[in-house]
Design a protein around this ligand. Structure first.
Ligand SMILES: Cc1ncc(COP(=O)(O)O)c(C=O)c1O
Length: 635
């Protein structure tokens, strides 16, 4: 029998004493692996590396500076207190020591590398697990309605938490192998954190976007939750049994879902037996001043005062009590799985978080962890334990002492008196400070964006009594015979939480909107998706040099992407250093204004060429390119 061609080729190469080329083993790949699509990371890198670019596309957070000790107050009128950004001597906060060994018999207090670096419990490193459990049950969700309350399992971050959630609730589905009636479905908002889609879709999960209004996922009306579930067409797959949602500072829309809306959504999920996966990396970043400051910035009457939610049981911390409660607070059935992470409160590279759920589900998550990640990294668990449990070891006592004296001159006398180093109250103070710092950044960026939201153009007035127009080019300065027209370039609501501003750019008002395209590679007229992608690239060019994410990257499906997703842009006010916040917003405004002056279709074509490695413009590929870049940029 003759050897297969690939083996013969291999033998020839070996004979020549060359190192063999590894075999192509892709025929062994699982269906899920085959379905994974590459991220357009290489294309994205091109933009990241532009010298001087301000990257406000991604969702990474900045480390908080010492002024975090001045949290933003809950009363809107006080919220504009400027952040005195003296970042001098943050040295006391710049290191944490974890001893190699510790002579401590209580395993919940023994924070040392000798124990943290052993194989350990899948649920988590005991001191950290016990702190997270207590913090979750007593402070974050003190009033969970089901008996004995929720349990927690540590994860390697929320991305890992979601992967484990899919592992628990989803059977992989493959067209041609499984019956369509078995196809799992997942409900979500129309715009979604992209990584969730790239995890669920290769498993065969049908992503089912539910209509949303400015307050979040809609319950009633056509396309609302009740409508989708009540009128589910089983010929398209199983009625969805899973919902993915971000309720506080939604990524990318910045919406905070009210308790009232949560109750309505919960009732429908309960009726149709849907598991709610609540992913909350931005949980602490709720901005009480946003509505009032937005009205002030836009010369609108102040909004009616909102009655703050009154928790049935206090968390013990006014700051935590002030946050809109989780779905867990109304979870009588035990159908909520909540994902938390240290990514936005300590650092994305921690890869540490936790799942909160009813105990039976937590037990399943533990089994999944045992068989997959085993446990989060011991180094990180040791480090975070030391951070949040402060005072648990001799080294941290010493550290707190140093921190107290280093911060003394940065703190108000009231804060000095309250400063007790880290522990739960220190952690809550840190979270409140982060909220304050991001709230101030958000307000600054929004004021700049508000100021630049319109384009003012002058045009000659043609009076009915005169056919000739006064004011030719040279005399085009302000004159009574000129009319000023005001074009709204974009609109948006100030985010009520999170790290993102979600703008709708009115590309329909662009001078090149729907103009004929001479290039045969283009569609006959210039529509939204192309203009939108061109604007994104335009903003990365000199002198603007600012990178933003487009709504195509977050659209839950192609229909949303094509219908309107292209019109949106997400701007992150957390990603760049404090001193770049204003500059980034100014550059964005200037870039959009100047984009309106582009009148030549060839300029747009050139910009679009930048999106693909070859520089060739292919209309169909543009949306896909931008979408995949989002998998990297859109975190
Ligand atoms: C909604 C949402 N979930 C999860 C994550 C990632 O969390 P982690 O770093 O814990 O995996 C992000 C990051 O941007 C996010 O926006």
């Amino acid at each position: 029998m003759e050897a297969p061609a690939c083996d013969r080729a291999r033998a020839v190469r070996l004979n020549r004493h060359e190192k063999p080329v590894p075999l192509d083993l892709s025929h062994h790949y699982s269906v899920v692996t085959k379905r994974r699509v590459p991220s357009k990371i290489k294309e994205a890198y091109k933009f990241f590396q532009i010298p001087g670019i301000l990257n406000i596309a991604g969702g990474s957070s900045q480390t908080a500076k010492p002024e975090r000790w001045t949290p933003s107050p809950n009363h809107p009128s006080e919220s504009t207190a400027s952040s005195s950004s003296s970042s001098s001597d943050p040295a006391a906060a710049s290191h944490i020591s974890v001893p190699k060994t510790l002579d401590e018999s209580d395993p919940l207090k023994k924070i040392d590398l000798a124990t943290a670096l052993q194989y350990g419990l899948a649920q988590g490193y005991p001191p950290l697990l016990s702190w997270v459990r207590q913090f979750t049950r007593e402070n974050l969700h003190p009033d969970t309605p089901y008996r004995d309350g929720p349990e927690v399992v540590l994860t390697c971050g929320s991305t890992d938490g979601f992967s484990k959630t899919l592992n628990l609730f989803v059977d992989q589905w493959t067209e041609g192998i499984n019956d369509i009636s078995e196809r799992p479905g997942m409900l979500c908002e129309p715009y979604v954190y992209t990584n969730v889609l790239s995890q669920a879709q290769p498993l065969g999960v049908q992503v089912v976007p539910v209509k949303a209004d400015p307050s979040g996922m809609a319950v009633g009306g056509p396309g609302g939750l009740e409508d989708v579930l009540a009128n589910w067409d089983t010929s398209k797959g199983k009625r969805p049994h899973l919902m993915y949602t971000v309720t506080l500072g939604h990524n990318p829309t910045g919406i905070v879902l009210s308790v009232e809306r949560k109750k309505e959504i919960y009732a429908v999920c309960s009726k149709y037996d849907v598991i709610i996966v609540e992913d909350e990396p931005y949980w602490y970043l709720q901005f009480p001043s946003a509505a009032a400051e937005e009205a002030k910035s836009r010369d609108q009457p102040p909004p009616p005062p909102v009655t703050p939610h009154k928790a049935s049981r206090s968390s013990g911390y006014p700051f935590l009590d002030s946050l809109t409660p989780s779905f867990l607070a109304i979870d009588v059935d035990g159908r909520v799985v909540r994902l938390d992470t240290f990514s936005k409160t300590v650092a994305p590279g921690c890869r540490l978080g936790w799942i909160t759920s009813q105990p039976a589900l937590a037990e399943r998550f533990e089994r999944i962890s045992e068989a997959t990640t085993q446990q989060p990294s011991g180094f990180v668990q040791g480090l975070i334990s030391e951070l949040v449990l402060g005072g648990g070891s001799a080294s941290s006592k010493q550290h707190n002492q140093r921190a107290r004296s280093a911060f003394a001159r940065l703190l108000t006398s009231r804060d000095q008196a309250a400063f007790a180093g880290w522990d739960t109250s220190g952690w809550v103070r840190w979270l409140e400070g982060l909220r304050g710092s991001y709230e101030r950044r958000m307000a600054r960026m929004c004021r700049t964006l508000d100021a630049g939201s319109h384009l003012l153009t002058t045009s000659p007035v043609v009076s009915s009594s005169s056919s000739s127009v006064k004011g030719d080019d040279e005399n085009d300065e302000w004159s009574p015979l000129q009319a000023i027209s005001k074009t709204r370039l974009y609109s948006y609501a100030w985010p009520r939480g999170g790290m993102f501003i979600w703008l709708r750019v009115h590309l329909e008002a662009h001078p090149l909107w729907m103009v004929p395209c001479p290039n045969p590679r283009f569609p006959p007229v210039l529509g939204g998706p192309l203009l939108s992608a061109a604007l994104m690239v335009w903003l990365t060019t000199k002198p603007f040099l600012v990178l933003v994410a487009t709504g195509s990257m977050f659209s839950a499906d192609d229909a949303i992407r094509e219908e309107e997703g292209w019109a949106y842009y997400r701007i992150c006010f957390a990603a760049e250093a404090e001193e770049n916040v204003d500059r980034a917003a100014e550059r964005f405004v200037e870039g959009v204004h100047k984009f309106w002056a582009v009148r030549d279709v060839r300029v747009i074509e050139k910009l679009l060429g930048e999106l693909s490695a070859t520089g060739e413009v292919e209309e169909t590929g543009i949306g896909e390119d931008v979408t995949r870049m989002g998998w990297f940029m859109g975190c």
